[in-house]
Design a protein around this ligand. Structure first.
Ligand code: ZN
Length: 320
C-alpha cells in the first residue's frame, strides 16, 4: 500500500514540494524557484521537475506515493483542478494543472487554493486539530483564508469561497490589488503596512524606519516597520496597531457570521507575534457580539512555513 502523499505549495516566487506521511510528518522537502516571469510552460516544467527531484533525493519510488496535492494561488476551480488567473503568475489563464500532473505521474491529483489547503492542514495536524468550526487566515503580502464549517471546508458554488481578504472594511480606503477600495487586504496585509509607512515617511523624516531603510523610502517594507516598532519608534507602532485593528475588524465580522471555535492566524506578518496579534485580538473581541466574542479562541496558526505543503497533502486526505 502506498505510504506517502506529495504536497506541492506553488507560490509566486518559489515552489515547495514535500513527501508527507499520513500523520502529517515531512519526510523530505525540496524548494525550486517558480520563475513566474518566464511564463506558464516554464512554471509547469519546474513543478514536474521539483516532484521528480524530491522522489530522487528521498529515494522513494513513485509506487510509494498515493496521491499528489497542490496548493495554488487562487482563484481556482476546485473540481476541475483548473488554476484561473492568479495575479502573481503572469500568463496563467485557466490552466488545467490537475490534469497535467495526473497525466505526467499517473496519480490522483487534488488541487485547491493555497489558503484552503493550509486550513485543511491546520485542521488535520495544527491549531485546529479536532475542531469542527474554525477559520484559518494567512496575513502576508496579501490576505487569504479557509473556512471550515461543521467539519467541512466551505467551497461555495464553484470553489472560490473564503476570500476573506476582500471583505470591504473601509469603503474610502486605498485601492486593493483586486481593483476595489478598502478591502481587508488593502488595510491590514504586509503590503498595506509598507504602503502606509511609505506615505507617512514623506512628512516624518525623523522616524527610525527611514534610518533602517538606509534613507531610501522605497526600501521600506513590513519588516522595516516591525523592526522600528520593536525599537520603540512611535510612528511604526501606530502603523502596526492600525493594521492589526483593521484585521480585528475583519475577524469580528467573521466571528459574528460563523461563530467559530477558533481562528488561527498565519503568514509572514504574524511573525510579529503579540505585537500584531494583541491589538487584532482586542479589536476582534470588542467588535463582535457576545457570547461568540468571548468563546472564540484567537491564536497563531501552528504549521508555519510548512502549512503550504502539509496542507496540500491534507487535500488528498479530506473527507468530502
Ligand atoms: Zn480586494
Amino acid at each position: 500500500m502506498a505510504k506517502y502523499i506529495i504536497g506541492v505549495d506553488l507560490g509566486g516566487t518559489k515552489i515547495l514540494s514535500a513527501i508527507v506521511t499520513k500523520n502529517g510528518n515531512i519526510v523530505k522537502k525540496v524548494q525550486v524557484p517558480t520563475q513566474a516571469s518566464r511564463g506558464r510552460a516554464r512554471v509547469v516544467k519546474n513543478i514536474v521537475r521539483s516532484i521528480r527531484t524530491l522522489l530522487m533525493d528521498a529515494r522513494v519510488p513513485l509506487s510509494d506515493i498515493e496521491a499528489i496535492g497542490v496548493g495554488a494561488p487562487g482563484p481556482v476551480l476546485f473540481k476541475e483542478g483548473v488554476v484561473l488567473n492568479p495575479p502573481n503568475l503572469p500568463g496563467w489563464k485557466r490552466v488545467p494543472l490537475k490534469k497535467i500532473l495526473a497525466r505526467e505521474f499517473r496519480k490522483k491529483v487534488v488541487l485547491d487554493n493555497d489558503a484552503n489547503a493550509a486550513a485543511l492542514g491546520e485542521g488535520a495536524f495544527g491549531f485546529a486539530k479536532g475542531l469542527k468550526n474554525f477559520i484559518f487566515i494567512t496575513v502576508s503580502t496579501g490576505i487569504g483564508g479557509g473556512l471550515v464549517i461543521d467539519g467541512k471546508l466551505l467551497r461555495g458554488a464553484w470553489g472560490g469561497a473564503g476570500e476573506v481578504g476582500h471583505m470591504i472594511i473601509e469603503p474610502s480606503g486605498p485601492r486593493c490589488g483586486c481593483g476595489r477600495r478598502g478591502c481587508l487586504e488593502a488595510m491590514a496585509s504586509g503590503s498595506a503596512i509598507a504602503r502606509l509607512a511609505k506615505a507617512k515617511l514623506k512628512t516624518n523624516k525623523r522616524s527610525l524606519m527611514l534610518k533602517l531603510a538606509g534613507g531610501d523610502i522605497s526600501k521600506v517594507n513590513a519588516k522595516t516597520v516591525e523592526d522600528a516598532a520593536r525599537s520603540g519608534d512611535s510612528l511604526a507602532k501606530k502603523i502596526i496597531n492600525r493594521a492589526a485593528r483593521y484585521l480585528g475588524m475583519g475577524l469580528a465580522n467573521l466571528i459574528n457570521i460563523l461563530a467559530p471555535d477558533a481562528i488561527g492566524l498565519g503568514g509572514g506578518v504574524m511573525k510579529m507575534g503579540q505585537m500584531f496579534l494583541g491589538p487584532a485580538e482586542k479589536a476582534a473581541r470588542e467588535l463582535s457580539l457576545s457570547p461568540a466574542a468571548k468563546l472564540v479562541k484567537i491564536v497563531r496558526a501552528k504549521l508555519g512555513e510548512d502549512a503550504g505543503v502539509i496542507g496540500a497533502a491534507a487535500l488528498c486526505m479530506e473527507n468530502k
